[in-house]
Every structure is written in structure tokens, then in C-alpha cells.
Design a binder for this molecule. Structure first.
Ligand code: SAH
Length: 378
């Protein structure tokens, strides 16, 4: 494990255990405030300051007494993280590096309207959020897991990514994908709570059709989500349509092989009555051949899924490369001729749309957390 040299002086003065306000439900805040002798309407008033008026500090909440603001500050901090770096210009894809209260880092990516956002040419402003610090699933092509798993994000740390990126960009976000760092379904409780807050009328107010959870394929949790009373879209990081190919790049496939995964996906489709997206990174000489496309087409058809092809973004220290445009086109053509709805995300986001996790890795290496060279992974 990595034992970071965290310099407490640089951190916010927030106890790690304090439930930050943006992770709380109104009834929880109401109960707490009632125990302080505050009137019932107070919770609603505070949440309006946060989510409607977008107050960035308790000091801004001028309709509250100073004593109450001070008490709230020390029990339920409004913010426990800050933007440590932003890459990319306004109107292009931007990457945000957040420093958390314990000195750890996560990333969010903001994709402006009218760019190809995760397979769909979208008029929506999309944010790609992280759900964990690091990742335990060890996909062989991905930067997020290179340094292993550190911890789950709390609900407020997920909600805050949206609020802070909105505040920074000055524009509302109306599409959220859990495709940043981490495995959202391995942090089920916090992720579903955050989604509730993001969807709520009293919260951020983003519709269920515009929130997508992406998973590396945790079959039991996919079923749990199917049964969970929360409307949300599902995307799967598929990347291989045979166990042989998938296992080579995604160790999770040993635990939940394709037959088990497909059964969970069919269950989700039936319960939630919606189309699932299969994300498929094209990696040269690994999964980009015509027979791979044919196998993918069969899998996708069997659950009426759509496919989103993503040419691989090279990661420093990893050996994989993206196939030529010609190979990508041929792959897409096979899907299309197999009647599978498919798109290809060609937008590169230039040098910064590289997979989530890279910016954080660089930062942590700069701080001496990790060895200069990530461990060779193959
Ligand atoms: N753990 C979840 C959420 C992370 S999503 C999941 O696996 O779905 C992050 C997405 O980016 C995944 O689809 C992942 O496969 C993809 N990805 C990771 N590294 C990439 C790279 N170098 N190039 C392109 N996509 C990558």
C-alpha cells in the first residue's frame, strides 16, 4: 500500500468523518437542525442556498444567523475539496484535478455541448465523474488502476465534482457519466446516494435519462442496480466479446465471465426496460480484428444493446496502441452490417481526453507518492 506523506497543514480543516452538507438528504438535515432547536423550514432554506442559489460558502447564506452558519461550518462543511488543476481551454474538453480533504486526488472531465460525448453527438454539457480514488479492478489498459485502490469517494465528493465544475465553467451541466476514476458499482451505497441528490428537484435536478453508470462488469451489482428503485442508464466496459480476449485485458472477467455478465445485463434490460450501451475500446492486435467484431455483434444483438467504439488512448508506460482508421472503419462496418446500432468516438479531446486517471497519477508521482515509472503491467 502507499503511505502518502500528507501534510495536514495544507488540508482543509475538516474532520474526515464529518458528513459534508452536499451528501445529505433534506430529512437528515431537518432532523439535525430540529435537534438544535431550528424551525422545520431551515433545512429547505439551506439546501436552496446550496443547489438553487449556488452559494459557495456558509458566509454567503445571508438569511442565516451567524451562530448557525458557524455551527454548520464545523459540523457539516460545505466543501471538503478544491480544484487543484484544470487542463484544456474553455469550449474544449477540460480536465479537472480535485484535491480531497485527505490529500488524495480525483479527476473529472467536462465535455462541452456539440462534441461527441461518449458515443453520442450531444447538445448536452457532459461531466465525467470519478467514484473512487484509484481502482481495484486492474484493467490492463487503464491508467486509473495503475496505482491500485485507495478509497471510495463519499456521496458529497461525487456531488461536489458537479457543483464545482459548474461553478468554474459558469454553465449548467445536464449530462453525467460515471466514467471517471474508479468502479462505481463497487461503491454502490455512495454512488446511488449521490445520484439521488443529483436527480432530486431540491438538488441538482438532472433527469434520470441523463445519468449513466459505467461498470467493468460486476454482475451481482448490475442485478442489484436493476432491482434498486433508482432510474439510471447503464454502460458496460465490454472491450472483449470472448472470454479469451476479455480475460487478457480485464481480470474481472475471471470472476464474472461473459455468460454470467450477459445474464446480468439481460436482467437489467428487462427490469429497467432500457437499452444498455457496450463500450468497446479498440486496441491494436488485441480486440480489433473482424472476428472480434463479429463476436461483439452477436453479443450485442443477444441483449439488444448498442455499441460505442472508442479508439484506445495511449497511456504512458503501457504497451497498447490504437488501430489505424482503416481498421476502425472495418470494425464499425461489421457491426453495422450485423444490424447493431454503433457509434465511434473519434473526438480525441486532444491530448487531454486521455483516459481518466492520468492527470491524478502525474500529480501523485510529482508529490512522490508513486515510483517514477508505473510498474510494468502485462
Ligand atoms: N470502472 C468503470 C468506470 C470507469 S469508466 C468501468 O470500467 O466502466 C472509464 C472508461 O474509460 C471505461 O470504459 C474504460 O474502459 C475506458 N478507458 C480506460 N482507459 C482507457 C484508455 N486508455 N483509452 C480509452 N478508454 C479507456
Amino acid at each position: 500500500m502507499h503511505t502518502p506523506a500528507v501534510e495536514p497543514a495544507q488540508l482543509l480543516t475538516v474532520p474526515a468523518s464529518a458528513p459534508a452538507l452536499t451528501g445529505m438528504f433534506p430529512e437528515e438535515l431537518e432532523a439535525e437542525l430540529a435537534s438544535w432547536g431550528e424551525p422545520r423550514y431551515r433545512a429547505k432554506q439551506i439546501l436552496e442556498w446550496v443547489f438553487q442559489k449556488r452559494a459557495r460558502s456558509y458566509a454567503d447564506m445571508t438569511s442565516l444567523s451567524k451562530a448557525l452558519r458557524t455551527r454548520l461550518e464545523s459540523t457539516h462543511p460545505l466543501h471538503t475539496m478544491r480544484i487543484a488543476a484544470v487542463q484544456g481551454a474553455k469550449d474544449t474538453t477540460q480536465k479537472f484535478l480535485f484535491r480531497l480533504h485527505d490529500g488524495r486526488y480525483v479527476e473529472s472531465v467536462l465535455i462541452p455541448a456539440n462534441r461527441a460525448a461518449f458515443g453520442e453527438q450531444s447538445d448536452r454539457r457532459t461531466i465525467c465523474v470519478s467514484s473512487q480514488v484509484g481502482c481495484a479492478y486492474d484493467c490492463k489498459f487503464c491508467a486509473s488502476g495503475l496505482a491500485g485502490f485507495t478509497r471510495n469517494l463519499r456521496p458529497d465528493e461525487i456531488v461536489e465534482q458537479v457543483l464545482q465544475v459548474e461553478a468554474h465553467s459558469g454553465e449548467r451541466i445536464d449530462n453525467i457519466v460515471f466514467m471517471g476514476m474508479g468502479e462505481p458499482l463497487a461503491n454502490f451505497t455512495s454512488v446511488t446516494r449521490a445520484i439521488r441528490i443529483i436527480q432530486a428537484e431540491w438538488g441538482i435536478g438532472i433527469g434520470a435519462r441523463h445519468i449513466t453508470v459505467s461498470t467493468s462488469g460486476l454482475a451481482p451489482q448490475i442485478k442489484k442496480l436493476a432491482d434498486f428503485p433508482l432510474p439510471v442508464r447503464l454502460a458496460i466496459s465490454f472491450h472483449g466479446a470472448t472470454d479469451e480476449v476479455r480475460e487478457r485485458i480485464m481480470p474481472v472477467n475471471r470472476k464474472y465471465p461473459l455468460d454470467v455478465l450477459m445474464e446480468a445485463l439481460a436482467y437489467f434490460r428487462d427490469r429497467k426496460k432500457q437499452k444498455i450501451t457496450l463500450e468497446y475500446i479498440l486496441i491494436e492486435d488485441v480486440n480489433d480484428q473482424p472476428e472480434h467484431a463479429a463476436a461483439l455483434a452477436r453479443r450485442a444483438r443477444s441483449i439488444q444493446a448498442k455499441v460505442n467504439l472508442i479508439p484506445y488512448n495511449t497511456v504512458e508506460g503501457l504497451p497498447w496502441t490504437r488501430p489505424s482508421d482503416l481498421t476502425q472503419d472495418a470494425f464499425l462496418a461489421i457491426l453495422e452490417s450485423g444490424s447493431v446500432p454503433a457509434t465511434i468516438r473519434r473526438e480525441k479531446g486532444h491530448d487531454i481526453d486521455a483516459a481518466c486517471g492520468q492527470l491524478r497519477l502525474k500529480q501523485e508521482i510529482a508529490e512522490g507518492r508513486f515510483p517514477e515509472q508505473p510498474p510494468p503491467i502485462l
